[in-house]
Design a protein around this ligand. Structure first.
Ligand code: PGA
Length: 252
């Protein structure tokens, strides 16, 4: 963890949560965050779009920020079922995840689509969290760094700065599986991402690069201690405040 980069501990609730069960979890997070007068990290929850308004209301005035999990590239128009970045902002989001591997796989999102969505997030005044990560076959085929380079170079939004863009490295094979890369493997990929960002942005020292994929209370400290890891993107272990909080505690 670098002193010059403020860590971001982000929860991605994916397609989980109804108002009745989600509200107490968010309230518990807000309560625990409130016990820290000067938190040393940013805390984010990305609920399903249906809950953003309610969760943003509950988190208002606290250190807990709210984000979307995806957005359309356009501001408005004939796109049934889609939600624009402006709509997310309007309903209380400050961040938006784009290019999550589940979107890339389930919805066929290419790097070009991810880039357009990231640019939409910036246009709306949201911080974009751009996800990248290799599949197991790519890792076993020794293609990890090539895949990551391709995704970073082609998904990074035009106008990206350390203030408006975060990268999340999430090996696809580590998501929801309980498997994680070794700290050494994480260090190699994060250093590689920072190098790529440097060549694309000039100075990448202040850009936050998160690790995601089976982060939990028991492995978070070890992963957060890896050089160039500036926080976590957490799926399963973000659904309950009691599971998420120990991860936040590694950085707060
Ligand atoms: P996981 O998901 O923590 O459940 O592995 C991470 C993610 O998909 O962001």
């Amino acid at each position: 963890m670098s002193k010059q980069r403020r860590p971001l501990i982000a929860g991605n609730w994916k397609m989980n949560g109804l108002a009745g069960s989600a509200a107490p979890e968010l309230q518990e997070l807000v309560k625990r965050a409130g016990e820290h007068s000067d938190p040393a990290c940013d805390i984010l929850i990305c609920p399903p779009a249906t809950l953003i308004d309610k969760m943003a209301g509950l988190a208002k005035g606290s250190a807990v920020k709210i984000g979307g999990q995806d957005c359309h590239a356009n501001e408005s128009g004939a796109h049934t079922g889609d939600i624009s970045a402006e709509m997310l902002k309007d309903t209380g989001a400050d961040y938006c995840i784009v290019g999550h591997s589940e979107r890339r796989a389930d919805h066929g999102e290419s790097n070009a689509v991810v880039k357009a969505k990231a640019e939409a997030a910036l246009r709306a005044g949201l911080t974009a969290i751009v996800c990248v990560g290799e599949t197991l076959a790519e890792r076993e085929g020794d293609k990890t760094l090539d895949v990551i380079s391709d995704q970073v170079r082609n998904s990074l939004p035009e106008g990206a700065t350390a203030g408006n863009t975060v990268i999340a490295y999430e090996p696809v094979w580590a998501i929801g599986t309980g498997k994680t890369p070794t700290p050494e493997d994480v260090a190699v990929v994060h250093a590689h991402i920072r190098k790529e960002l440097g060549s694309l942005m000039g100075d990448s020292e202040a850009v936050r690069v998160l690790y995601g994929g089976s982060v939990k209370g028991s492995n978070a400290a070890e992963l957060m201690a890896v050089e160039n890891v500036d926080g976590a993107l957490v799926g399963g272990a973000s659904l309950k405040a009691s599971d998420f909080w120990p991860i936040v505690e590694t950085s707060i």
